[in-house]
Design a protein around this ligand. Structure first.
Ligand SMILES: [Zn+2]
Length: 296
């Protein structure tokens, strides 16, 4: 791990104010993936643990490592899919089948799950619900969690464009090659549980006009692509004003989870941290080890 990432590791004590009662556990799964646990309830966001090698990504259709999925993620009440690029969505059907979790996602995520033999009644099409609701956000409750979805955007990562735009509209032929994992609609999601509020931004871009988030304790922020948008750090802080930020999606996800973490190239993380701290002097910024957790 580079020095910067080590210096950002969330300390075991002191990062959160002391608190009595049930705590909210947040575990980083690598990429933009998180497990949020409260009591006996678990939700997963953009879980991608199979981490196919670059060689496999190029050469063959992508397949979930189902044994690893079952070992690492044995329980889930819900799985949230922020968008359907493979590094956010590949493992979702396998997790949903193994755990019986409800899946929240776009038309694309719905198509992917139906193709992956997920029970149709377990799939919530958030894109459809947002349009039907007409209020700019869609709220759903599951166990102690209150989820609120907002339309969001993907960073223009590749030559000023969103990589693999468009929808997955037909995946009768699963497993699919990497390029078939089209982005689909993109969501940011607010998660409220146990008196705490978290927000997940799975790509380094946002749509401020739809966002109405208050008293945010923790922002789960994607790093990859942050330099490709205009003033992303400043806009994120203005729109969301979090108390603390966990940086995610900075790791090289072509390496398996049991190898030492390595940062993606050209992320300019020191500059990102510097700009976040300049935009809000009080914000606490950290990252977790792969599969590490913090409690708030
Ligand atoms: Zn993406």
């Amino acid at each position: 791990m580079s020095q910067l990432h080590e210096s950002l590791l969330v300390p075991a004590a002191g990062f959160w104010p002391d608190r009595r009662g049930e705590r909210v556990h947040v575990r980083w799964l690598g990429t933009a993936g998180f497990e949020i646990r409260y009591g006996d309830h678990v939700i997963l966001i953009d879980p991608y643990v199979s981490r196919c090698s670059l060689a496999r990504c190029v050469a063959a259709p992508l397949v979930s490592d189902e044994a690893l999925v079952r070992r690492l993620l044995p329980r889930a009440d819900a799985v949230i899919v922020g968008h359907t690029h493979f590094d956010h969505a590949l493992d979702v059907p396998a997790i949903a089948r193994a755990t019986g979790a409800r899946v929240y996602g776009s038309h694309s995520a719905t198509a992917l799950c139906l193709g992956g033999q997920v029970t149709p009644s377990k799939i919530v099409d958030v894109e459809e619900a947002l349009v039907a609701g007409g209020t700019g956000s869609f709220i759903s409750e599951i166990g102690p969690f209150r989820l609120r979805f907002f339309a969001s955007a993907h960073s223009k990562l590749v030559l000023g464009r969103v990589p693999l735009p468009g929808d997955i509209d037909d995946c009768d032929a699963v497993p699919m090659r990497l390029h078939k994992y089209r982005c689909g609609a993109v969501f940011g999601v607010e998660i409220s549980v146990g008196g705490r509020t978290l927000f997940h931004l799975g790509s380094a871009e946002l749509v401020e006009r739809t966002l109405a988030v208050h008293n945010l304790d923790l922002l789960l922020l994607c790093v990859a692509g942050w330099t490709k948008g205009d003033d992303v750090p400043e806009r994120v802080l203005r729109a969301l004003s979090p108390e603390a930020i966990l940086l995610s999606h900075w790791d090289d996800f072509f390496r398996p989870l049991d190898e030492p973490v390595r940062a993606l190239p050209a992320l300019q993380m020191p500059t990102l941290v510097d700009r976040l701290m300049r935009a809000s002097r009080d914000v606490r910024i950290g990252t977790l080890p792969l599969l590490g957790e913090t409690t708030l």
